[in-house]
Ligand binder design. Structure first.
Ligand code: ZN
Length: 277
């Protein structure tokens, strides 16, 4: 079977992709010093938020925990955000990375080694490196488009600034670079809106066609799932906790690079952006 002759199949993501793709709750409860705090991950609702005001809740070996943040934590094949935390004294502390804390719905700010200390209770302004994030948003959304046109299970992937890749369990299917390129070029002119909504088991029961349409079936019994949809005709529909552009027109042309042989059944498809800036 050639890749373009099949129907979209259920994708079987690797555990890291699943951890991100199926992140289910908008917030986690953080027990800190006997009290319960809710960490608000603003990027889940608004990927275009570039800064926010927040209060330091905890500082540990992982980094700085805020009550709310716009920093996406590294995971699911997507790098964490970089940026700064501006403390009450106006001093900028460089955030070298954001990583998950004790749950998938946490994001902890890893400060550069020479950054001045912060204290619990400090009010800070968090600012992300927007150019870095927006390129990752374009790349991440491009991966959804690639995913939508290759009818094979995903076994891994990595979003990067210069290059991204998805690994597919293609079985007997042959991937043809020129065909994938043509399909992506066909999609790139659609200027498709990227939207999300939260669904739960009741929504799935009421709309069984959703599961048939989705390229990744959501987990049941795990609370709310963030469902990403690309285009009015659902070019791609799958649970995902990552950051996406609002419209595929922001991606520009996606260029298919090497298709690498990664074993008998596995092929790695590399992509770059024609306009990487
Ligand atoms: Zn996504």
């Amino acid at each position: 079977m050639r890749w373009d002759q099949g129907v979209k199949q259920i994708l079987l993501c690797d555990s890291d992709l699943v951890a991100s793709a199926l992140c289910c709750f908008a917030t986690d409860l953080l027990p800190i010093n006997g009290e319960i705090f809710v960490m608000e991950l603003i990027f889940r609702a608004d990927a275009y938020a570039k800064s926010c005001e927040a209060v330091v809740q905890k500082i540990d070996e992982k980094g700085v925990w805020l009550d709310r943040t716009i920093f996406y934590a590294e995971g699911g094949g997507q790098p964490g955000d970089k940026g700064v935390l501006i403390g009450p004294d106006g001093t900028k502390r460089t955030v070298a990375n954001a990583i998950k804390g004790d749950g998938p719905e946490t994001s902890v700010h890893v400060l550069a080694e020479d950054a001045p200390a912060l204290a619990v209770g400090d009010k800070v302004t968090a600012e992300i490196d927007w150019d870095h994030r927006h390129t990752l948003m374009r790349m991440h959304t491009a991966m959804h488009l690639l995913c939508s046109i290759v009818p094979a299970g995903v076994t891994g992937g990595q979003v990067g600034l210069a290059k991204s890749r998805l690994d597919f369990d293609v079985g007997e299917t042959t991937l043809v670079k020129e065909d994938i390129q043509a399909a992506l070029d066909g999609l790139s002119g659609k200027d498709a809106p990227v939207t999300f909504r939260w669904i739960d088991d009741a929504d799935l029961d009421a709309n069984p066609e959703l599961v048939r349409t989705m390229s990744v079936a959501p987990p049941r019994g795990s609370g709310k799932v963030r469902l990403i949809s690309i285009g009015d005709d659902a070019i791609d529909l799958q649970p995902c906790g990552g950051t996406h552009v609002a419209n595929t027109s922001e991606i520009g042309r996606i260029v298919v690079g090497k298709i690498e042989n990664k074993g008998k059944r596995n092929r790695r498809v590399n992509i770059t952006l024609e306009d990487p800036a």
